[in-house]
Write a protein that binds this ligand. Structure first.
Ligand SMILES: [Zn+2]
Length: 89
């Protein structure tokens, strides 16, 4: 059965309606009262326009670096040019 909160993960068990993570979230909400938890999550997870554009730039930069690394590492088509020098010197 799929979790009825995130609709992504399998539930903890047959008779449970939440997955492990969502069940933990629910327990935390009960422990620390929802208002406080929402405030914390809002500060940490929900970003304003500036933060979003900054984050996108950062992600793109990281992605660009990864692409360069991948093409560099996976270049198996590279054929070493013949050399006249002996490698065993
Ligand atoms: Zn879930």
């Amino acid at each position: 059965m799929v979790c009825s909160f995130c609709n992504e993960n399998e539930t903890e068990g047959w008779l449970k309606s939440y997955c492990v993570d969502c069940a933990m979230l629910k327990r935390m909400l009960v422990l620390h009262e929802p208002k406080k938890c929402v405030d914390i999550l809002r500060r940490c997870l929900i970003r304003n326009e500036n933060q979003i554009s900054h984050k996108i730039k950062l992600e793109l930069r990281t992605q660009d670096k990864e692409l360069k690394t991948v093409t560099f590492e996976d270049d198996s088509s590279y054929i070493e040019p013949p050399t006249t020098r002996s490698k065993n010197k």
